[in-house]
Design a protein around this ligand. Structure first.
Ligand code: GDP
Length: 140
């Protein structure tokens, strides 16, 4: 399988509970390498753009408010089949349906406050990475 990159966000519910290291430990245990990482606050405009695909969904306003409610840690993860591998490590969107040992099963609070974001395809990953990182910030 090819080495690829995916984009990750450690969301405000996790940073608020000081879980950045705990999440990173699960990421690294799964064989993914954190090749870029920074702690930022998303602006409302950026959160709306980032989640534009969900604009028509009833939870859109709640999602944007949540994503700007505190700091997030944005990351680039690298490894074989990184996109699907990270989706596996994250677990299902709803933590009550997530598999044992996944980040969301272990740490998430609800379907909204679910601790992490991960890209759903390599094409999306490239777009999302470019929204937050310039090439020289990613060190593989
Ligand atoms: P993901 O790819 O597993 O993150 O899931 P989606 O792309 O379907 O949804 C994006 C994000 O929107 C999720 O990670 C949640 O934070 C949020 N979300 C999804 N469904 C709901 C919901 O029913 N209620 C709320 N409040 N947030 C939701």
């Amino acid at each position: 399988m090819a080495v690829e990159r995916t984009f990750s966000i450690i969301k405000p519910d996790a940073t608020a509970r000081n879980l950045t290291g705990a999440v990173n430990a699960l990421i690294e245990k799964a064989g993914l390498r954190i090749v870029a990482q920074k702690r930022i606050r998303m602006t409302r405009e950026h959160a709306e753009t980032f989640y534009a695909v969900h604009k028509a969904r009833p939870f859109f306003g709640e999602l944007v408010d949540f994503m700007i409610s505190g700091p997030v840690v944005v990351q680039v993860l690298e490894g074989e089949g990184a996109v699907l591998r990270y989706r596996d490590v994250m677990g299902a969107t709803d933590p009550s349906k997530a598999a044992e040992g996944t980040i969301r099963k272990v740490h998430a609070r609800s379907i909204g406050e679910n601790s992490v974001h991960g890209s759903d395809a390599p094409e999306t990953a490239a777009i999302e990475i470019a929204q937050f990182f310039s090439g020289n910030e990613i060190v593989g």
